[in-house]
Write a protein that binds this ligand. Structure first.
Ligand SMILES: [Zn+2]
Length: 113
């Protein structure tokens, strides 16, 4: 998680790997339901050793357009980049703004962190 200067919260955490279209909805305070969301997970392995998972929050429509699975095991950078290339443009939002948005609209965002 990086750091940004939020107009509302000042120096704040930056939640990344959210598609730009969803960031726009959060910025404009437009609710989005979990049914319209999906998380694409890239589970990274090196020589059979599990390194971690990077998750990307995108809309259901964007998932359909990308044509990728929600769970992906990747072992090379090339595999990782190939999947990332298919995903929509990614952006991020202020962590505190995201938390407030979730509470205000009772949105779970599929427990995305
Ligand atoms: Zn903020």
């Amino acid at each position: 998680m990086g750091v940004i200067i939020c107009s509302k919260h000042g120096e704040s955490g930056f939640t990344q790997r959210i598609s730009r279209s969803i960031c726009d909805l959060i910025d404009s305070d437009t609710p989005i339901s979990d049914e319209n969301l999906s998380i694409v997970s890239l589970n990274m392995y090196d020589d059979g050793e599990f390194l971690g998972t990077n998750s990307y929050l995108i809309s259901r429509d964007e998932l359909d357009q990308a044509g990728v699975s929600e769970q992906n095991d990747v072992t090379t950078e090339e595999q990782y980049d190939a999947i990332l290339d298919k995903l929509p443009e990614m952006s991020g939002v202020c962590y505190d703004c995201l938390e407030e948005y979730k509470v205000r609209h009772h949105i779970e965002l599929l427990s995305f962190k």
